[in-house]
Design a protein around this ligand. Sequence first.
Ligand code: CO8
Length: 262
Amino acid sequence: MSYECIIAEVRGDGERKTGLITLNRPKQLNALNDQLMDEMGQALLAFDADDSIGCIVLTGSERAFAAGADIPTMAPHTFISAFKSGLISKNWETILLIRKPVIAAVAGFALGGGCELAMMCDFIIAADTAKFGQPEIKLGIIPGAGGTQRLPRAVGKSRAMDMLLTARMMDAAEASTAGLVSRVVPAEKLMEEALTAAETINGFSGPSVMLIKELVNLAYQGPLKDGVAVERRYFHALFGTDDQREGMDAFINKRKPGFTQS
Ligand code: CO8
């Protein structure tokens, strides 16, 4: 499959590999338009359906992960045209359907829709050059892809209000302290770090990986009691898998496990 606004490639030489998606509109700082979001959605769905892929890394360029939704494309909309066409939303949430982990590797600007896209990934590894922000207020609009909902969950109400209302950017160090990103690394090490994390995940049992993702999202989105109840059922269910027997036998016999379920 050939794409114009992204690059999709397979990385790694283990049994399970990593799907790497690079946003590729460098002149527009990877501003997110319909074509890019359609292509990214197609690539994500293809990697998710491919048993040889364990997890996915989503990245941009050194200068920008993504500087937001494409402003010139959005500018002419009226309320009615935005509402009737479901402005951008039809292809923005494909990423939420993906059951394998999606790691965001962020360098440079992650602004507006770019920050929202990073927050829709399962975790964010940031280069020390990363800058996060929701500057929509400067354009006379508000975030439209979950920014007002996910940012407070990630960084707390006060910091989220500050960022959303003043449009100030958060650098990588602050994003780490605030809990928006899981780790910060020197820019030149970003891809190595993200691909190594992906490779680690690829080595684990596929069902465990997918269930952890599903359950953490349940914790993040829903009530505690429901999440714990579903977790208990899945915990029991994993005792029906070969990988559980393999993992525990390997521990008891002090050897490295060889997981087989993708
Ligand atoms: N859209 C289109 N083009 C952009 C965007 C963008 N969001 N951001 C930057 N560009 C373009 C610039 O126009 C410029 O193009 P050109 O060279 O042709 O003039 C090029 O990228 C480089 O940008 P700058 O010259 O401005 O570079 P600087 O280093 O001076 O500044 C900034 C970089 C700070 C990133 C600056 O470009 C900027 O502020 N960009 C806009 C950021 C922004 O406001 N983002 C939010 C957009 S709104 C949004 O994302 C809403 C999401 C809603 C989702 C709804 C789903 C349902």
